[in-house]
Design a protein around this ligand. Structure first.
Ligand SMILES: Cc1cc2nc3c(=O)[nH]c(=O)nc-3n(C[C@H](O)[C@H](O)[C@H](O)COP(=O)(O)OP(=O)(O)OC[C@H]3O[C@@H](n4cnc5c(N)ncnc54)[C@H](O)[C@@H]3O)c2cc1C
Length: 441
């Protein structure tokens, strides 16, 4: 039996505590916030197959419904493409608080859950992490699982020789405002829909207007790459109102701004006695920022690794990273290339891709985590014909599609066993693909 500390008590931390505790390890979770303040009062979209992967029954039916189709809107707002689940199982729309309560109820049976307890720092000794400091006390542990989020102060405090990236780059984070506004009652039914705007208001990022998920209100999201200030939120809100008469003035709940990692998973997520998980390992679908399923999946994977071999040494923990990359990370690495392509071209050019039909519903569904469309000779020919008038844009698209394939292949070629030299070479190759992208904010 091992002594394990989990830092952070949102979905990632709770899933870790539940999965590692159920193996019989002595698990203590520390979350700095009060329990009732951890989960935001909103719904999320997640793929229900993740519950089966964790051998968990699906959460009670009254807490979720099927995700509706969304309309994807081009920057100039001329192209409006309805996008469903593609050829994948449809996501569910699930309230976050009942989801956290569900995970909490399972985790509390096998782990000690401490809320309002801020971890101050890691104890780092002899080339590894051997515990944490909380409330002035030192708590020694065989394994520390860091689920403290995208700006983990612990990841930042690790020695350089651990080869773990300290922080994401500015253009690898999406700063998001989300608020629920009153929905006007006198609008036609046809306007009670969900819309996702790309490069909304001519800015790098997304906005959404979602009137179809909750009665009487409109869910508004304004997300921008790197930073988001009050005036950007206000001007995006005004634009959404002009386009959507159902959007009222009164904020009913939330009105929160927070950050989401938006990139491929970190290229080194383990050290002796230390594992990064969920947002702190940048485990999201990079186009949209969905990260709940990934944060649950990595808890399952770590429990599978430790159930075969309890060792918390780097060599054994590396198997966790390998499995995560194989099951989810490599695909998301490819999606990150697509995301960077989308923010690197200007809005007029993105309009062209939407309006010509080159960016079609299958591709947009794939970017959100659905199955990848096959680039068949017919599809390639169709793209060539449609894009003939814009050869430079087309050349960039093909270059990035090639890069997407390469990035996925490099991510899939992760060394199976830990060898410092081989792993460093792989990290350099993977990170190198992305270092050539300009920082665009
Ligand atoms: C607007 C918005 C919409 C989203 N929509 C979706 C969606 O539809 N679907 C989806 O799958 N995902 C969505 N996400 C992403 C999702 O919220 C995250 O990926 C997911 O919550 C990952 O959780 P986590 O546990 O890894 O990390 P986090 O949610 O970042 O949790 C980290 C926790 O660590 C705690 N902590 C930090 N420092 C310390 C410390 N020193 N000591 C103790 N505790 C500490 C924090 O208080 C926090 O509770 C959305 C995110 C946002 C912002």
């Amino acid at each position: 039996m091992k002594k394990i500390v989990v830092i952070g008590g949102n979905q990632g931390g709770l899933a870790m505590a539940m999965k590692l505790g159920s193996l019989g390890h002595e698990v203590a979770l520390f979350e700095k916030l009060k329990r009732e303040d951890v989960a935001f009062d909103w719904h999320d979209f997640i793929n229900p197959t993740i519950f089966k992967r964790l051998n968990l029954p699906l959460i009670n039916k009254e807490n979720f419904e099927e995700k509706k189709n969304w309309i994807f809107v081009s920057p100039g707002e001329k192209a409006k493409i309805p996008v469903g689940a593609g050829n994948c199982v449809r996501d569910i729309c699930i309230m976050r608080r009942p989801l956290n309560d569900y995970l909490f109820s399972l985790a509390e049976k096998c782990a000690q859950l401490n809320y309002s307890c801020e971890v101050e720092s890691l104890i780092i000794k002899d080339g590894g992490v051997c515990g944490v400091r909380v409330g002035g006390e030192e708590i020694y542990a065989d394994l520390t699982v860091d689920c403290s989020g995208v700006y983990s102060p612990f990841r930042k405090s690790l020695p350089a020789e651990f080869k773990i990236q300290a922080q994401p780059h500015e253009n690898e984070v999406m700063v998001s405002y989300r608020g629920f506004y009153e929905r006007k009652s006198d609008v036609p039914e046809a306007e009670i829909i969900n819309k996702l705007y790309f490069q909304h208001n001519n800015e790098k990022g997304l906005s959404w207007f979602a009137a179809g998920d909750e009665p009487n209100n409109v869910d508004v999201l304004i997300s921008r790459i790197g930073k988001l200030d009050e005036s950007t939120v206000q001007s995006a809100l005004e634009k959404l109102k002009a386009d959507n008469p159902a959007l009222g003035d009164r904020l009913l709940r939330c009105g929160i701004t927070t950050a989401i990692p938006l990139r491929y998973p970190i290229s080194r997520m383990v050290a002796n006695g230390y594992v990064l998980s969920g947002n702190s390992a940048f485990m999201t679908i990079p186009l949209m920022g969905s990260g709940i399923a990934c944060s649950l999946l990595c808890a399952q994977i770590l429990s599978e690794v430790l159930s075969k071999d309890e060792s918390c040494e780097l060599g054994n923990l590396w198997k966790y990273q390998v499995s995560f990359y194989e099951e989810s990370g490599a695909k998301n690495t490819g999606i990150d290339v697509l995301r960077r392509w989308m923010i690197s071209i200007d809005s007029k050019d993105l309009d062209f891709f939407f309006e010509s039909g080159i960016l079609n519903r299958e591709m947009l569904a794939a970017g959100g985590g659905g199955n990848k469309p096959k680039i068949t000779p017919k599809l390639a020919l169709n793209i060539l014909l449609k894009g003939a008038r814009h050869p430079a844009l087309l050349a960039k698209l093909f270059a990035d599609l090639t890069k997407m394939k390469k990035a996925t292949a490099v991510a899939q070629s992760i060394p199976q066993d830990f060898d410092e030299k081989a792993v460093c070479t792989w990290q350099k190759k993977l990170d190198g693909i992305f270092s050539s992208y300009p920082v665009i904010i």
